[in-house]
Design a binder for this molecule. Structure first.
Ligand code: B12
Ligand code: SF4
Length: 534
């Protein structure tokens, strides 16, 4: 850890403060990547805060498909003062390996972690001891402030909302935020004025490179694309939600969004992917944003962010006029009981109507379904699959339910089968032994394969539709992935975790901090046998 004097020397020497922002790559079945918006926002707020006193580099190991050790040369050459890692839960292990390598081989470097993984997992992250700063929540302002204080040799960090930090590796972690206890559950660092945040540092992105890799939407009509986030937060209460941006819906003005689209256009981008939590929460505002971006003649897709049961016909027109040609709809489950249980409360009939409106306007609509909620019966799974098969959806993805710590769904999973939760590892998104399979003894891989066969192979009309609607290169990539899912035999094995990182291997297993209700905590004391639905 740098001492105050040496920090002062950096500040006095006019040497720029060097920050390396890193997206780790956890090997996956599918090669998928997109520019990392969170890090691009941090890059631009760092520049705004430091001016010419900062040098920021972005290292996206995901698009490069490089493991952590392949970044050694960059660390040696750039010698960052701060390394900032951004990770999803999924990437926790690889991020930990990167952090550990940095700590041991480049002592004195501050290692910071943020992003969805840092949300609600603070205590386990502290337990690894491989990070110095842990940021929970939106860090657009808090991260540059922490960097600036450090740069100036000022170690008073306790007032920085969302930050848990230690002054040196042998000192304890501390934070004094009211809302964030170590491992706290409430969203922190919520920013009200989104227009005040500078636009992402798009100059750090080589758009051609990303265009060559399969993206979030698996579609690319244009030459180059960029993801954009036009609002943050969502007031719905789905019990499985990671709740990254909190319940308060905040949005950028249409002018601010248009300014970003104009900037992207000037950089040769002709396609945008809108990835908000819920873009159409406020329908008049949604239409205003559509009108504002229309003149830029972008191709537009929605891999995320549209709730179909609040989409009216006028809204569909506005989206299509803005350039929309592909959209995903998260239906999750079709049965009223489960819609109630997961508190999504999707009005399926209305969503169905909006799917028709979009499809009639030539939009490729893809449905997302979650199979295997705790307490879900085989009949309920079948009802959801049958709905998908009969629907007008051009594509469907069937996902395993992964109960996330700190969510009400996790409590329910705990009540159903603590043993099944105990068996979960971080790699479970495409696993053979997901929660449902272990809890109820159902082979979910087989269930999902059969669902895909019914949806695609036994519905030739979809092939015709997809060939007509999908750019051919995307069609080929999708077909390859479809085969991979059907033929998939072995899981991706990762090397064993170093001892320091072992707390991460238990990220999904039950502990008191992850259980949200007192009732479940009581139940935790009386472990139950694994129940069976058959
Ligand atoms: C675009 C996207 C993707 C993209 C890129 C992901 C990425 N950014 O790394 C891709 C397609 C790769 C993707 C894949 C997956 N995704 Co995704 N994705 C999203 C989505 C829709 C938007 C992300 C985004 O751009 N946010 C906007 C930016 C501004 O926010 P941000 O990145 O969180 O950054 C802010 C803070 O978190 C923080 N921060 C972030 N990084 C850092 C780093 C430092 C050092 C600091 C200090 C702060 C900090 O400051 C930033 C600015 O405020 C989110 C939903 C959401 N609401 O965020 C889901 C989300 C991130 N995805 C999720 C999931 C589950 C997945 C998958 C595992 C899904 C699956 N079943 O396969 C896969 C991962 C598999 C893989 N590795 O390929 C979950 C993650 C949950 C979790 N706790 O891990 C989310 C939250 C969706 C959800 N609500 O469930 N996804
Ligand atoms: S609609 Fe999406 S973002 Fe909103 S609560 Fe549900 S899962 Fe979370």
């Amino acid at each position: 850890m740098l001492e105050k004097e040496s920090l002062q020397m950096i500040a006095n020497s006019r040497e720029p403060f060097r920050v390396l922002l890193v997206k780790p790559w956890q090997p996956t079945l599918q090669r998928i990547a997109c520019p990392q918006l969170g890090l691009l926002y941090l890059a631009s707020t760092l520049r705004q805060t430091f001016g010419s006193d900062v040098e920021v580099r972005l290292l996206d190991l995901m698009v490069n498909q490089q493991r952590y050790y392949e970044a050694r040369d960059v660390l040696k050459e750039f010698r960052p003062h701060v390394v900032g890692l951004s990770a999803l839960n999924w990437e926790a292990e690889e991020s930990g390996r990167f952090a550990q390598m940095t700590q041991s081989e480049f002592p004195g470097t501050i290692v910071a972690i943020g992003g969805p993984f840092a949300h609600r997992n603070t205590r386990k992250i502290c337990a690894t001891g491989v990070y110095d700063w842990i940021f929970d929540g939106e860090a657009d302002w808090s991260f540059p402030i922490a960097c600036q204080r450090w740069f100036r040799g000022d170690k008073t960090m306790d007032d920085i909302v969302g930050l848990t930090w230690r002054a040196a590796p042998d000192e304890p972690f501390t934070n004094n935020s009211d809302v964030l206890q170590l491992g706290g559950k409430k969203p922190v660092g919520v920013i009200d004025d989104l227009d005040a945040i500078p636009l992402p540092a798009w100059d750090l992105i080589d758009f051609d490179r990303y265009a060559k890799v399969r993206n979030f939407m698996s579609l690319l009509k244009g030459k180059r694309y960029a993801p954009i986030f036009t609002s943050r937060g969502c007031p719905y209460l789905c019990t499985y939600c990671h709740d990254i941006f909190g319940k308060q819906f905040r949005f950028r003005s249409p002018e601010n969004v248009a300014a970003e689209v104009a900037l992207l256009r000037s950089r040769g981008v002709d396609e945008i992917q809108i990835v908000d939590d819920i873009f159409n929460m406020n329908p008049p505002r949604m239409k205003a944003v559509c009108r504002a971006i229309e003149p830029y003649r972008m191709h537009v897709t929605f891999p995320n962010g549209l709730r179909f049961d609040i989409l009216d016909e006028e809204g569909c027109d506005a989206l299509v006029r803005a350039g929309t040609y592909g959209a995903c709809v998260a239906i999750e489950t079709i049965t009223p009981r489960l819609q109630e249980l997961i508190k999504k409360h999707l009005r399926v009939e209305r969503a169905q109507q909006a799917i028709r409106w979009m499809a009639d306007r030539g939009v490729l609509v893809r449905g997302f379904f979650m199979l295997g909620f705790p307490t879900e019966t085989r009949e309920e799974i079948e009802a959801t699959v049958a709905y998908a098969v009969k629907s007008e959806l051009a594509q469907a993805y069937f996902f395993d339910v992964v109960p996330q710590p700190g969510t009400p769904l996790y409590d329910l999973a705990y009540q159903e089968s603590p043993a099944a939760l105990e068996s979960q590892t971080l790699q479970e998104y495409n696993a053979r032994n997901g929660f449902y399979s272990v809890a109820y003894g159902v082979n979910m891989q087989a269930v999902k394969k059969w669902a895909y066969i019914r949806f695609f192979v036994l519905s030739p009309r979809r092939w015709v539709k997809l060939i007509r609607m999908m750019p051919w290169k995307n069609f080929v990539a999708e077909f390859r992935d479809f085969l991979a899912i059907l033929l998939y035999r072995k899981r991706i094995e990762n090397e064993p975790l170093p001892e320091a990182l072992l707390p991460l291997s238990r990220l999904y297993t039950a502990d008191d901090e992850a259980l949200t209700s007192a009732q479940t905590q009581r139940k935790k004391r009386t472990q139950r046998a694994v129940p069976s639905l058959t």
